[in-house]
Structures are given as structure tokens and as C-alpha cells.
Design a protein around this ligand. Structure first.
Ligand code: GRF
Length: 211
């Protein structure tokens, strides 16, 4: 993919997404409106038919499609992604519905530079079905978590959490809609804090400076 691109000033962000991309869009809007003062430099997707690609084209964001099937090993697949990140001088990776687990080696390369959003109050309801699992369990409060990614799934130091009361009359679809609405607020907020260098991550705890 040629030489490293000329580096604009500010933080270069890559969003990784595999599906719908509503979080990608919320982030793209926040960047466009300069609520986040950074460059949304790249969308990385492992899914060539994902709706998020349409959203990226709308915002004229560069796209790298890196399919797992095109590589023999996970290591090669991740090396493919890493070379795209290098070309674009990426400083921050934002996972937004990316359906692949990054290897510990990958995570170490970007230690405290990978954010993830999870649709429950971690450490409760980890995994791919956080909203449904919380709903089925019958919890009265769930919510959204933004955290740094570490070597374990849905585990790294927590940046922001927002609780959400589940009403008896809520259907799963209504709860999903409310969760997504919260996500679209707190993910841009967390990214803004990162780009303003206001996040100080320890092993377990994240300090938010001058908020
Ligand atoms: C979100 O619910 C997020 O919490 C989870 O994956 C979903 C992605 O949704 N990690 P979208 O593709 O951003 O609409």
C-alpha cells in the first residue's frame, strides 16, 4: 500500500467495525462537527458487505477491508491490519462492533491505545450478546461501558460507564434502542477525552484528568 501517508496534525483514529456501524456514524459526526478534534483516518472492516462501509463512503473516510479468509493464520491477518495502520499513522484504534478478538500480541502493540464499547455494565454480561443476556437475566439496571482493551475479552480498564434502568414494560427491542442511544453519546465522549490526553490508564483503573 505504498509509503506512509503524510501525517496531519492531531490524533489519527482507525475505527474497526464488522456490521451496522451506528457507532462509527456517531463518531464520524462528532469528528465532522469538531466535537472530537482528531482525524478519522480509516475504517477497518473484515466484512466486505457490512453496512458500515456505506456509512464510511458517505463521510468519505478511507476504508481498508481485511478479510480473515484471505490469510492462512490469524497472525498474518493481523499483520495485514497492522500494515494498514502503519500506512495511516494510526494513534488510536476504536473497536465498534468488530467481531474478531485481537491477539495478545496485537493488543500489546497498541497498549492503552485501543478502546472498545460494550453494551452492558462490565464485568456483567460479557460476550457477543450483552443486551439480550442482561434482559433475559432480569436485571433492573444495565448500561454501557467504554474500556481500554487488554489481553482478555471485555476486561480492560474502564473509561466510562453509563447506567440505564430497565423498566418492566421494556421489550428487548426497546432496550436495544435505548442502549444504542447511550452508546452514541458516551463513545464520542470517551474518544474526545483520549484525544485531549485526559485519560491516564493504569492496570485496572483509568484516571480522567481535569474533567
Ligand atoms: C454495539 O452494541 C456495541 O456495543 C457492540 O457492538 C454493537 C455495534 O453496533 N460492541 P453498531 O455496528 O455500531 O451499530
Amino acid at each position: 500500500m505504498g509509503k506512509n501517508r503524510e501525517r496531519k496534525s492531531g490524533v489519527n483514529i482507525a475505527v474497526f467495525a464488522s456490521g451496522n456501524g451506528s457507532n462509527f456514524e456517531a463518531i464520524a459526526q462528532a469528528v465532522k462537527k469538531r466535537k472530537i478534534r482528531a482525524n478519522l483516518a480509516l475504517l477497518v472492516s473484515d466484512n466486505p458487505t457490512a453496512f458500515v462501509l456505506k456509512r464510511a463512503r458517505k463521510y468519505k473516510i478511507r476504508i481498508a477491508i481485511v478479510r480473515r479468509e484471505d490469510f492462512f493464520t490469524k497472525k498474518d491477518f493481523e499483520a495485514g491490519i497492522l500494515s494498514c495502520l502503519k500506512v495511516h499513522g494510526i494513534d488510536l484504534i476504536v473497536l465498534a462492533g468488530f467481531m474478531r478478538v485481537l491477539s495478545p500480541e496485537f493488543v500489546r502493540r497498541y497498549r492503552n491505545k485501543i478502546l472498545n464499547i460494550h453494551p452492558s455494565l462490565l464485568p456483567a454480561f460479557k460476550g457477543a450478546h450483552g443486551i439480550r443476556d442482561a434482559f433475559d437475566y432480569g436485571v433492573k439496571v444495565s448500561g454501557v461501558t467504554v474500556h481500554f482493551v487488554d489481553e482478555q475479552m471485555d476486561h480492560g480498564p474502564i473509561v466510562l460507564q453509563e447506567p440505564l434502568v430497565i423498566e418492566e414494560r421494556d421489550t428487548l427491542a426497546e432496550l436495544e434502542a435505548r442502549i444504542h442511544k447511550v452508546e452514541h453519546c458516551i463513545y464520542p465522549e470517551a474518544i474526545k477525552l483520549f484525544t485531549e490526553r485526559k485519560l491516564k490508564a493504569g492496570k485496572r483503573k483509568v484516571k480522567i484528568l481535569f474533567r
